[in-house]
Design a protein around this ligand. Structure first.
Ligand SMILES: [Zn+2]
Length: 183
């Protein structure tokens, strides 16, 4: 069977929403790309700083709270100190981290890179993303194949699209990867 890989590539960071006290309503927050570190002898706190898009009020999303300074390796601590952009991006794309901090996220805009699949062709398709994304697999597949919801549902119920691990393809979300069988 033909093997294909599709990469889901985000075109924007995760849009983050939370209540802004200054604005008095829920607003979008934008990642500043900077960390704030508070290091004391016995405890270490690290936050990723966000700013309200409208009023620039800051919000600190807790990365580490009151951990022992010895529990982080020096190299990682240096990356936080240097506002390492890949590290900031990793957190800014992590919906679980943001939800744990009480923020809501929306789906980012994304594109799907990879070989097209001609209609009816049999293939094993691995879909993956560098960051775990709560995107519906159905939306990714429909977008890539250019088919309607009805057509997608029909192919799934006829077993022409199935999850290699028996996933529920009506409901399941990508996370970081999934393998689908097209037959
Ligand atoms: Zn605000």
């Amino acid at each position: 069977m033909k093997r294909i890989r599709w990469e889901v590539r985000c075109l924007s960071p995760l849009p983050v929403f939370r209540y802004c006290k200054k604005c008095g309503e829920k607003t979008e927050y934008v990642c500043s790309g900077r960390f704030r570190i508070n290091a004391q002898r016995k405890s270490l706190d690290i936050w990723l700083i966000y700013k309200c898009r409208r009023c620039e009020a800051t919000w600190n999303a807790a990365v580490y709270s009151r951990i022992s300074p010895q529990s982080l390796d020096t190299e990682l601590l240096d990356r936080f100190s240097a506002n390492d952009s890949a590290l900031a991006q990793q957190y800014a794309m992590d919906s679980r981290f943001l939800h744990q901090n009480g923020a809501k996220t929306k789906e980012p805009s994304y594109e799907i890179i990879g070989e097209d699949l001609s209609s009816g062709a049999a293939a094993e398709v691995k879909i993956w993303s560098r960051y775990p994304l709560p995107l519906r697999v159905s939306a990714i597949v429909r977008g890539k194949l250019g088919i309607s919801r009805e057509e997608y549902d029909r192919r799934v119920s006829e077993g022409r699209i199935s999850g290699a691990a028996g996933e529920d393809l009506q409901k399941c979300r990508l996370g970081q990867k999934i393998t689908l069988i097209f037959s």
